[in-house]
Design a protein around this ligand. Structure first.
Ligand code: GLV
Ligand code: MN
Ligand code: MN
Length: 419
């Protein structure tokens, strides 16, 4: 198999897709259910079909391309990632994993390989959760873990719900349950992704074999104070939502630092209402994202934050609400699949190491119930979720070859399933 050819094909796809951004010149902004996801979806469907796959887009915007195996009743091997992005993100996060899955299909076609079970290339809608503050929407729909009520409940900055955004995009949220795959129909899930951190690049290691992914909890907090004149309202007679939010937020980073062991907590979004220089703020919305490999640590920080909110709002008679947007526990990835990848790296002469993932991935949602692994390729200087994100195309090609070895050696899960 020709590393150069794989590199060229991956490069050509990724360079084409990077044009589908709402912020040209300022990185990739591909929000779920936007024109940019539509253009990307159409391109993905085309390259999947060119790779000889049976292609379909489901009722929530996930795209699947299937190469039939010898026994179609066996649980499939699925390889994929997401095709949405963060605001002003990079050109590789998620989409490189989707294109790697498509390239695997091209290699299977080129080699005329017949797998015992179906091979499925998957492109998931809305993994990032950036628009609605949630995460893993497409993969959760595939797993049957999303409800219409949740689609109605979660809204974006402009108060557009997932439900309405889907409708506007031409999808039918009422059919959400049809996106769920029958239990047992996916035997293995595999995801290639950029590392999004500095370890591999700093060590000059070519492949990361991910053995666990952190758990995550996400919240949207709303502090409700009272708007008043900034010049005339004495400091002890205010319900200043910004003052309260700032006091709570200033402690969140330290809560994570105190826990240590890789624990992180981030307030990445804030909205002040009415947001004027000379008006005491009536309302502040802010997000919280807490991550750790120990679920107890996440619970403890969430609890501490609630206590701080009680205390700080209580001092002035202001109030708050807290909306849970995501709760997902840490996951250990499949040791047998990791061993196969390690052996492949050894045989191919690629340096590799086992490592945890501090970033969330579709593999985090899927790995809760299905045998799953992830493979990381280096991110230059560890930069990600920003336009500076960069990975040389050849690095993807090497990862793809390791995955090719893996899918060739996987024993199909036993037991047939309805599809
Ligand atoms: C996705 O990249 C996340 O980790 O939030
Ligand atoms: Mn991301
Ligand atoms: Mn990603």
């Amino acid at each position: 198999m020709d590393l150069k050819l794989i590199t060229q094909r991956v490069q050509s796809d990724l360079q084409y897709i990077k044009e589908f951004t709402a912020t040209p010149g300022s990185g990739c902004t591909r929000m779920p259910f936007s024109q940019e996801t539509r253009y990307t979806a159409e391109y993905l469907k085309k390259v999947m079909a060119d790779a000889g796959l049976e292609v379909r887009e489901d009722c929530v915007g996930n795209i699947f391309g299937v190469r039939p195996g010898k026994d179609r009743s066996l649980p499939c091997i699925m390889v994929g990632s997401h095709y949405d992005s963060v605001y002003n993100g990079g050109d590789y996060d998620g989409i490189a994993g989707v294109i790697s899955a498509v390239e695997l299909a091209r290699l299977l076609r080129d080699e005329d390989a017949e797998l015992p079970c179906d091979f499925v290339a998957a492109a998931f809608m809305d993994e990032e959760g950036c628009r609605f503050g949630t995460g893993y929407f497409g993969s959760k729909c595939m797993l049957g873990q999303m409800t219409i009520e949740e689609c109605r409940h979660y809204t974006d900055k402009d108060d557009i719900s997932v439900y309405d955004a889907m409708k506007e995009y031409g999808l039918e949220p009422e059919r959400l349950s049809e996106a769920a795959w029958p239990e047992g129909s996916i035997g293995h899930y595999i995801e290639l992704h950029i590392e999004q951190g500095p370890v591999l690049d700093a060590e000059q290691t070519e492949i990361g074999l991910v053995d666990c992914i952190v758990g995550i909890q996400r919240y949207l907090v709303t502090i409700c104070g009272r708007s008043d004149h900034a010049g005339t309202t004495p400091m002890d007679m205010r319900q200043d939502a910004v003052d309260i939010a700032a006091k709570v937020i200033s402690k969140i980073g330290d809560m994570a630092r105190e826990e240590g062991k890789g624990t992180v907590a981030t307030v990445g979004y804030m909205k002040v209402t009415p947001s004027a220089m000379n008006v005491v703020a009536e309302k502040v919305d802010f997000s919280i994202d807490i991550r750790s490999s120990d679920n107890e640590v996440i619970n403890r920080i969430a609890e501490k934050i609630r206590k701080e909110l009680d205390e700080e709002t209580g001092k002035t008679g202001a109030s708050y609400s807290i909306d849970s947007k995501l709760t997902i526990t840490p996951v250990n990835l499949n040791p047998g699949m990791l061993d196969i990848m390690e052996e492949s790296c050894r045989k191919r002469g690629y340096s590799c190491r086992r490592m945890p993932s501090g970033a969330g991935h579709d593999a985090l949602a899927i790995g809760q119930t299905i045998d799953t692994v992830m493979l990381f390729v280096p991110s230059k200087d560890g930069r990600s979720h920003c336009p500076a994100e960069y990975t040389p195309y050849e690095a993807f090609a090497k990862g793809i070859l390791v995955l090719y070895d893996l899918i060739g050696q996987l024993q199909p899960q036993t037991g047939s399933c309805e599809k």
